[in-house]
Design a protein around this ligand. Sequence first.
Ligand code: EPU
Length: 331
Amino acid sequence: MKISEQYNLIHDNTLQVDCECNHYAAINSLSDLEALPRDIKITEMLVLGAGSNFLFTGPLPRFVAHIKPRKYITQVDNLVVAWAGTVWHDLVMWSVNRGYGGIENLALIPGLVGAAPFQNIGAYGVEIKDILVWVEVYNWQTGHYHRLSNEECMFTYRHSVFKYHDQPWIISRVALDLRPDAEPNISYQPLADHFAQTGEAVNFANIANAVIKIRQSKLPDPEILPNAGSFFKNPVLTDQQIRKIQRRHKDLPLFPIDEKGHYKTSAAWLLEQCGFKGFREGDAGFYEHHALVLVNHGQATGKELQKLANLAKRTVKNKFGVILEEEVRVL
Ligand code: EPU
């Protein structure tokens, strides 16, 4: 395994910002993982996959272990086990093509399998936590592998134990419970509308195709317009915040998140109300068809994108009293 110094990650992050890291190693296999130097500190290591959830804002004084895309999927004891470098969407199509259900709602989410549990990817009514059985991690300091159960992963909305950065772990494999008799989920309104309008049979392949269509109509393709998906998380509001905002905005979108009367709102809606949909400052902007997506129209630097994101946060805070939190990792 070759270790490069002062390596530029411009082609390795989907916002396509220029960023040099101190050390870089491409990881293609378990043996590459095992060849990583043992003395890298936890704070020094950065595990990078497709780079679809990062905003780099300057030089990166880190050792970047870059998991390269490589499809490797096996079936063990009725579970589907995928190598971290498998492209997530390839795993979805592999599953759908075999008639297995469970992840069809997560079609076309960018990134690799190893990144999926890290932020508990979710879309259209499903999160990976719903079908994940275990995650295998490699401890680069000891050279040992370790398995975490679904519970040990401590999944919540776009969060997991892997985000705490207090363990020398790299996700190596993920096991999912995908079944031919899984219950299709079309609870998310745009999906339910799709099936009501088209009259298509509700099966795994049709759900995956519908999700692909909906995503393609709403979200920009990073190959054409560099972006990192939703830039902020959808914020949970207190009762007081809801009452205050509804005094002026009766149309505030609210999505129940539990049975205790807690609600999330749409960060995209908040941003749109503040005029950020399609707003642009130089080459940094928010997508014209979806306000939650920060885009790089060409030569924007990480700092410029961060400046625009911070302006959006301040504006939303001043207008609505709501603090937006980044979903994307800003480094
Ligand atoms: N909306 C606006 N303006 C916009 C876009 C949306 O007001 O420009 C409002 C609409 O009222 C719409 C609501 O926002 O009904 C929700 O929009 P959408 O269905 O596009 O979902 P989202 O809340 O913006 C979340 C996830 C997405 C996921 C979709 C579908 C987060 C941060 N984002 O987006 O995930 O694909 O739901 O489930 O939870 C990602 O994480 O990168 C991502 C794309």
